[in-house]
Design a protein around this ligand. Structure first.
Ligand code: TYM
Length: 336
């Protein structure tokens, strides 16, 4: 029996993932890869929309992200992990979808609004505006049923569904309608220094971001210095205790404890003690992943071979979907 398809991706916009990418995406991916026919892409075309994009580091960051996927438990024997730009159908389907995407609808994407405000008018490109349409093409090319992502991608997956429905109703049934799936804990991790702002690869300061490839002592120090409050109670209360709640949420996401279990564990204990326990849990989770990533990165040729083989598998599926879309929209088929 064929398994339903799963699709997700992360941008290689930095040389390391952060803990939000880890709990929001990778922990779910790892758990779901047996049940689904899973495709995990390294979305390098999306990374080009970053104002700080540096051509000198992109290729290494792309390979490094493949190493982090594998080190975190994505099994190449089961799941297809590949590089988005290696499959040209992604760009081609984006163009077709562009022609049915409303300007106003793309303009309502909150991530575009946030980023364009941050980048400023000069660095805001048409590529950044089009980012969600490229993401829709990624998902739709693979007849995807579920898209495991963090909470910040909710609106983009909704747009993907809207575009698929619109295309199907105008041109015939071509696309499967996908659904987003979010983790119970860790769907939105906040910056440790500014616990009301989402932890983001592009934040100005490094102090509030836990990078997967940080040295363990750096990780521990960042957690010990995380902003908290003066209430002195360890409990889930996003409104009044965002710093403590963020740490608790990281702790439950990584240890599998329930919220109640975690609160009970820290009843009557001080913030220092609590932070130390969280730091130990994060280091215990990250350290083997970091070590394995470094090992895998020592053999770039092997990673490149794996990515090339997987791109072929991805391409066969993507090209078939693209062809259905081209035919449905009325393009003259090229004789082969
Ligand atoms: P990116 O690279 O920004 O984020 C990758 C994944 O990490 C999740 N995430 C978070 N989760 C919890 N807390 C946070 N602070 C946090 N920050 C990021 C994101 O929700 C995401 O799951 N557009 C996508 C990449 C993409 C994609 C796709 C995803 C391109 N095409 C197709 C799924 C399907 C993105 O923002 O990646």
């Amino acid at each position: 029996m064929t398994k339903p398809r799963l699709y997700s991706g992360i941008q290689p916009s930095k040389d390391s993932l952060h803990i939000g990418n880890y709990t929001g995406a990778l922990v779910q991916w790892r758990a779901l890869q047996d049940e689904y026919d899973a495709f995990f892409s390294i979305v390098d075309l999306h990374a080009l929309t970053n104002a700080a994009h540096d051509p000198k580091i992109l290729a290494d960051a792309t390979r490094g992200l493949a190493a982090q996927y594998i080190a975190a438990g994505i099994e190449p024997a089961k799941s297809c992990l590949y590089v988005q730009s290696h499959v040209s159908a992604h760009s081609e389907l984006t163009w077709l979808l562009n022609t049915i995407t409303g300007f106003g609808e793309a303009n309502r994407m909150t991530q575009f609004k946030d980023k364009s405000q941050r980048f400023g008018a000069d660095a805001t490109t048409v590529g950044l505006f089009d980012y969600p349409v490229l993401m829709a093409a990624d998902i739709l090319l693979y007849d995807t049923v579920i898209v495991p992502v963090g909470d910040d991608q909710r609106q983009h997956v909704e747009l993907t569904r809207d575009l698929a429905e619109r295309f199907n109703s105008r041109f015939g049934e071509v696309f499967v309608l996908p659904k987003a799936q979010f983790p119970e804990e860790g769907a939105r991790v906040y910056d440790l220094q500014n616990p009301t702002a989402k932890m983001s690869k592009s934040a100005e300061s490094d102090a509030g971001i836990l990078w997967l490839l940080d040295e363990p002592s750096v990780t521990a120090k960042k957690i010990m210095r995380a902003v908290t409050d003066t209430l002195g109670v360890v409990r889930f209360d996003w409104e009044n205790q965002p710093g403590i709640t963020n740490l608790l949420s990281i702790y439950t996401a990584l240890t599998g404890r329930s919220e109640q279990e975690a609160e009970d564990e820290f009843t009557g204990r001080g913030y220092g003690d609590f932070k130390k326990t969280v730091a130990d849990a994060v280091v215990a989770e990250f350290e083997p992943v970091r070590a394995r990533t470094l090992e895998l990165q020592a053999d770039p040729a092997e990673l490149d071979r794996l990515l090339a083989a997987n791109a072929e598998r991805a391409e066969a599926i993507a090209n078939a979907t693209l062809k259905r879309a081209q035919d449905a929209i009325g393009l003259l088929p090229r004789l082969r």
